[in-house]
Design a protein around this ligand. Structure first.
Ligand SMILES: Cc1cc2nc3c(=O)[nH]c(=O)nc-3n(C[C@H](O)[C@H](O)[C@H](O)COP(=O)(O)OP(=O)(O)OC[C@H]3O[C@@H](n4cnc5c(N)ncnc54)[C@H](O)[C@@H]3O)c2cc1C
Length: 384
């Protein structure tokens, strides 16, 4: 049966987060964005709302909801601001999920309650300066010595890695050679503050300026052998499967930005006057906004479809890539047109659409570029 209505619980969650985004985030986020500052107090409030534990079981301090609930929340946050949306997305989908999906019971007990409450943020360190799309080219290495992993190397562009709330980063590292001669890659938890683990200063970014993105380096960093996440040699495969679900979350975030562009454009088109009437009375403006709404609505269906397959336990890789590819391009298109509707004011930082414009581009790059999504879709169709 086809039924994309939200349950009463998910609808109530959506309403709560929508109000929080409008009443708490919207009035202050612009200042943090312009100062390139991470608003830890807003993140703590999102933790108190339970947003960081949503799809995790109650026994680990989670909300007992679904991954789809997380997506609906990300959509509502990104409708107002993408920096806070990506902070939640990376904290849950990339920070907590690898430990929940692949960690030992002891790791879950140790880390998940604090990650779920939002009192601690987790990060995910896959990308290196030499390879993001080609993440299997990892150079960071770890050797086993006296019951410890000794890690050397570096990671690039890691979200949530250096905030005052950050407690750990799970990194991929080469731990040996596979029988076929390829790299054996494993995932290892590195707690913040471990000697030799250096967190670089925040990157100066085009967008997502109120979120935290850092370069990390590891010089003879020693962590207990028990910090291995999942099976030795399965780290790369684990991270790829985490990215499959993460793409549904990024799609939801993209839909939120695209819908935020519609919201702001409808409002502005009704208020701004030119040639003696509201600009929204011109069919050219109406059509631009109607097309924006069409794109946001169809992109939403794409992520609902991917999430539905995931929740049913069916293969969802292709649908996740389709949703991520389509909705990130929709976010870019809508940001461009929303800025156009706002004229010169769209180019000013005081209007949210200026932020949307700067925040949209990364959606076509992070968690697998548009080209990578097309490669995955083509491969799933039996090509290549
Ligand atoms: C703000 C921000 C936050 C991020 N957060 C994280 C994080 O938390 N954790 C993490 O691990 N990473 C993170 N990343 C990294 C991100 O996932 C990578 O930047 C992304 O995967 C692209 O990798 P790259 O930058 O090395 O680009 P490249 O892989 O060098 O790609 C450059 C261009 O070449 C294209 N290309 C590459 N290979 C092919 C091919 N075979 N065929 C066709 N085209 C190809 C790409 O599509 C792209 O257009 C973040 C990045 C940013 C900017």
């Amino acid at each position: 049966m086809l039924d994309y209505r939200l349950s009463d619980e998910t609808e109530a969650l959506r309403t709560t987060v929508r109000e929080f985004a409008r009443e708490v985030i919207a009035p202050q986020i612009g200042e943090y964005y312009e100062r390139d500052e991470f608003p830890a107090h807003i993140v703590r409030q999102m933790g108190e709302l339970g947003l960081f534990g949503l799809p995790l079981p109650e026994e680990y301090g989670g909300g007992g909801g679904t991954y789809f609930d997380l997506c609906v929340v990300l959509e509502e946050l990104a409708r107002v601001d993408s920096s806070m949306a990506i902070t939640v997305e990376a904290g849950v989908s990339l920070g907590a999920m690898p430990i929940f999906r692949f960690g030992t019971e002891a790791q879950k007990q140790e880390w998940l309650p604090r990650l779920c409450s939002g009192e601690m943020l987790g990060a995910f360190g896959l990308t290196e300066a030499g390879g993001g799309s080609d993440a299997g080219s990892t150079r960071t290495a770890a050797r086993l010595e006296d019951g410890h992993w000794v890690i050397n190397g570096s990671k690039a562009f890691i979200t949530n890695a250096g905030t005052e709330l950050t407690g750990l980063v799970t990194v991929t590292a080469v731990t040996g050679t596979r029988p076929d001669g390829g790299k054996e890659i494993s995932a290892i938890i590195v707690p913040s503050g471990t000697p030799g683990f250096v967190v670089g200063k925040r990157y100066s970014k085009v967008g997502w300026n109120a979120s935290d993105t850092r370069e990390l380096s590891f010089d003879e960093v020693r962590v207990p052998a028990e910090n291995l996440v999942g099976e030795r040699g399965r780290g790369y495969a684990q991270f790829l499967s985490i990215l499959d679900e993460g793409r549904i979350a990024i799609s939801a975030l993209s839909v939120g930005l695209a819908q935020g562009c519609v919201d702001e454009s409808v409002k502005y088109a009704g208020e701004r006057e030119a040639f003696g009437q509201a600009i929204g009375r011109n069919q050219a403006i109406q059509f631009m906004i109607a097309d924006m709404e069409v794109r946001a609505s169809t992109a939403r269906l794409a992520y609902y479809r991917a999430a539905e397959k995931m929740l049913r336990g069916e293969p969802f890789k292709r649908e996740a890539s389709i949703a991520k590819l389509y909705s990130s391009e929709v976010a870019m298109d809508n940001a461009r047109y929303a800025t156009q509707v706002h004229g010169g004011y769209g180019f000013m930082n005081e209007f949210p659409v200026g932020r949307f414009y700067r925040d949209a581009k990364i959606l076509e790059i992070g968690e697998g570029t548009s080209e990578v999504q097309r490669m995955l879709i083509a491969r799933d169709l039996g090509l290549g």
